[in-house]
Design a protein around this ligand. Structure first.
Ligand code: SF4
Length: 303
C-alpha cells in the first residue's frame, strides 16, 4: 500500500525531539543543551557529535561555571555546535571566531572563552587570526575539528587536505601539502596543544578540560571522519572502517618531530598532549607594559 505524502514527510525538529523523548526519556546531559534544537544536522557516521559530547562532558568534569563559559564558533559543520549548547554562545561569520573570542576575552577577562570550529574556518579563512592569537597568547581555548575538507559547503579542499587526496575541488588529487596544526600552533606560541581522534573519547574529554583550565592560548585538534564528503570521495569505506583506521593507525606520543607528517588516512597518526608550557598571556603583558606604562607617563606629565 502506498504511504500518504503526509506520512512520508520528515518530522519537524521539535516533533522529532518530542518523539525521541517519549521513547528514551531525559538525557543526563540535557541541561547543557538547547534541546529544542535537537536533532542536530550532522550526518550519520560524522565524528563531530562525538567531539561535541566529549566537550559537554569536559564542561561537567572541569567544574567550569556555565554562567561564565562562552562558546564561539565560525561557519561550517563544526561551527553549528555553538547553537546546540545551552550557554552564552556566538555563531560568528566565516573565519572570524578567533577575533570575536579575543575581543570577548579582552572585554570580559573573567569569562572562560572557548572556540569550537573546523579546520577550514580556523586555518583557512581564519588562519591569520589563529596564528596571531597564539603569538599574543590570548587566554582562550581553541577546539578544532579536523575532517580534512570543507564538509558543509560540498567537500572542497582546505589547509589540512592531505597531499594527493581527492576533494570536490581536487578531483585529480590535492597538489598542496597540508598544515600540521600542532606544529603550526606550537611554533606560533600556543602554551598547550594536543591531538586526538574521535575514537579517543576519554583522552579528548580530559584534554578539553585541561585546555579550558590552562592560562593562555590552548589548542586541541580532533581528527574526525567526514563520511559524506572526504571519505566518500576518497573511497575510504564506512564510518566503522574509518574508526577502525584510527584504532589501528594512531599511536601515543609526547613530542612531535619537526618532520612528523600531518595526519591523513594513509599514514600513522600521532596523538597525545604535545605542548604544555607557561608564558605570560596577552593581558598580563598589556597590563604590565601598557596600562602601567601609561599610568607612569601620566604621572610624570602631571603638574
Ligand atoms: Fe560531518 Fe561531513 Fe556531514 Fe559535515 S558533511 S556533518 S563534516 S559528515
Amino acid at each position: 500500500m502506498k504511504r500518504k505524502l503526509v506520512d512520508a514527510m520528515p518530522l519537524r525538529p521539535e516533533e522529532a525531539r518530542t518523539a525521541w523523548r517519549e521513547g528514551h526519556g531525559d538525557h543526563p546531559l540535557d541541561r547543557y543543551l538547547r534541546t529544542g534544537r535537537i536533532p542536530h544536522i550532522w550526518c550519520p557516521g560524522c565524528g563531530i557529535g562525538i567531539a561535541f559530547t566529549a566537550f559537554v562532558k569536559a564542561l561537567e568534569q572541569s567544574g567550569a561555571s556555565l554562567d561564565k563559559t562562552v562558546v564561539v564558533s565560525g561557519i561550517g559543520c563544526s561551527g553549528r555546535a555553538a547553537g546546540y549548547l545551552n550557554l552564552d554562545t556566538y555563531h560568528t561569520t566565516h573565519g572570524r571566531a578567533v577575533p570575536f573570542a579575543t575581543g570577548l576575552k579582552l572585554a570580559r577577562p573573567e569569562l572562560n572563552v572557548v572556540v569550537f570550529s573546523g579546520d577550514g574556518d580556523l586555518f583557512a579563512i581564519g588562519g591569520n587570526h589563529t596564528i596571531h592569537a597564539a603569538r599574543r597568547n590570548v587566554d582562550i581555548t581553541l577546539i578544532c575539528i579536523n575532517n580534512f575538507n570543507f564538509g558543509m559547503t560540498g567537500g572542497q579542499s582546505g589547509p589540512t587536505t592531505p597531499l594527493r587526496a581527492r576533494t570536490s575541488t581536487t578531483p585529480y588529487g590535492c597538489a598542496e601539502p597540508p598544515f600540521n596544526l600542532i606544529q603550526l600552533t606550537e611554533a606560533a606560541g600556543a602554551v598547550y596543544a594536543a591531538r586526538w581522534t574521535v575514537l579517543h573519547t576519554h583522552e579528548m574529554r580530559n584534554s578539553f578540560a585541561e585546555a579550558m583550565k590552562k592560562r593562555g592560548f590552548s589548542f586541541v585538534e580532533v581528527i574526525s571522519p567526514c563520511p559524506t564528503g572526504f571519505a566518500r570521495l576518497n573511497k575510504l569505506g564506512t564510518p566503522l572502517d574509518l574508526m577502525n583506521y584510527f584504532r589501528d593507525n594512531s599511536y601515543l606520543s609526547e613530542t612531535l618531530a619537526p618532520d612528523d607528517p600531518a595526519p591523513s588516512f594513509s599514514s600513522r597518526i600521532a596523538v597525545g598532549r604535545f605542548v604544555d608550557r607557561e608564558r605570560p598571556t596577552f593581558l598580563d603583558m598589556y597590563n604590565e607594559w601598557v596600562v602601567a606604562g601609561a599610568g607612569e607617563s601620566k604621572g610624570r606629565g602631571s603638574p
